[in-house]
Design a protein. Structure first.
Length: 387
């Protein structure tokens, strides 16, 4: 184990399972890793009288205000990480005298001596089991349920996920706490027009394009977006291109095959994973952002797009209406013709896009990591006070 700081006696000690924290410029540094990193960045200020100790998967991670322990074996592979969480973490918890353990991503150890708080980000693996590989689905369904029932408190990213946790996992509503994640501060403010023009040239982007950002996996419902785009192109061959950006998830090959089958090679671009440092530019340079996902525990991409002043269209399912509010359009995710019509309408109406830009900026400003950390700290204190 690696230790970056000295734990102070006489103060409560929080243990945070941060094995999924990734600082790499890759798809692994996506929503779940961002949740962990932003929580770690803001929790010390919300817990000035606590020791904050994080269990990480690799050396060299040093975050101000945190004591760091590196896992005792390589946890890069999922099965090795699972075994460490279930076998080694309970032992580490005892040795480090953890008073409260926060399992930051859906699953925690079945055994252990101290109270657990778990964050369940979504239950897509229960709502849409057919969209997940069998082994992945079985593990998540079993372990998330066991963890949630054992936990003293369950934090969820949205009221929609909270309802799912109560309904699907049988957790009493009194133990479920809705705490919205915050906006990635690195995305603010939007780049200037001069920088955006330079960005478009550097990335070989046209003056207008429609953007999707998200991991390429079935529940993102990109197939509907491709169907909508084939309708748009038939109506207007000169319409702006669709740019699909995101890391490759499971079954992504089917999307590229579908785009070819629809004859969209010249009007749809698969841009791959976008590093955090470039995200603001990709959002801000876009004319419109679209996100037809079937299910989201929260939905960072629409929030990030709004923060850059980009009008958004999202699915009307799960948490997305909560995130977007009245600032964007909400559409049924299974109606490509309606998506095509709505996209065409916004592309043709600069005045409406300006109105949505202002509303989106105001909506995005409501989500801050300071508030997320403050409310999370309140849950920790509540759990210990009732322990």
């Amino acid at each position: 184990m690696q230790e970056a700081h000295t734990v102070l006696a006489g103060q409560p000690t929080l243990g945070l399972n941060a094995l999924l924290l990734s600082l790499d410029a890759s798809y692994r540094n996506a929503g779940l890793s961002r949740y962990i990193s932003n929580l770690m960045a803001h929790l010390p200020a919300a817990l000035p009288d606590w020791n904050c100790l994080a269990y990480v998967s690799r050396p060299g991670i040093d975050i101000p205000g945190w004591h760091v322990r590196q896992a005792s074996w390589n946890t890069a592979k999922p099965m090795r990480r699972i075994l460490w969480e279930q076998l080694a973490l309970p032992l580490a918890e005892r040795r480090d005298r953890i008073d409260l353990l926060h399992a930051a991503v859906n699953v925690g150890p079945i055994a252990g001596r101290c109270p657990i708080v778990v964050t369940i980000h979504d239950l897509a693996f229960v709502r849409f089991p057919e969209l997940f590989p069998r082994a992945n689905r079985a593990y998540l369904q079993y372990m998330a349920s066991r963890t949630a029932r054992r936990s003293a408190a369950v934090i969820v990213d949205s009221a929609s996920t909270g309802r799912d946790v109560v309904e699907l996992l049988g957790v009493p509503e009194s133990r479920v706490h809705v705490i919205y994640p915050g906006l990635n501060a690195g995305l603010c403010p939007a780049p200037s027009e001069e920088r955006l023009s330079a960005f478009r040239r550097r990335q070989h982007l046209p003056d207008e394009y429609v953007l999707f950002v998200g991991t390429l996996e079935p529940r993102k419902n990109i197939a509907t977006l491709l169907e909508a785009w084939s309708i748009l192109v038939r109506r207007d061959p000169e319409c702006p291109p669709l740019v699909i950006a995101g890391g490759k998830g499971w079954f992504y090959e089917e999307l590229e095959d579908r785009a070819r089958a629809l004859g969209l090679e010249d009007s749809v671009r698969f841009a791959g994973f976008i590093p955090d440092d470039d995200l603001a530019g990709w959002y801000a340079a876009a004319t419109l952002f679209v996100f037809p996902s079937l299910y989201e525990g929260f939905g960072f991409p629409p929030l990030e797009a709004m923060s850059q002043g980009v009008p958004v269209i999202v699915s009307d399912r799960s948490s997305l209406p909560e995130v977007v509010g009245d600032a964007g359009l909400h559409l049924p995710p299974e109606e490509p013709a309606l998506w095509a019509e709505s996209i065409a309408g916004l592309l043709a109406s600069p005045e409406r896009r300006r109105s949505m830009r202002a509303a989106g900026l105001a909506q995005a400003a409501r989500f801050t990591w300071e508030e997320t950390a403050r409310r999370t700290a309140e849950v920790y204190r509540q759990v210990l006070s009732h322990g």
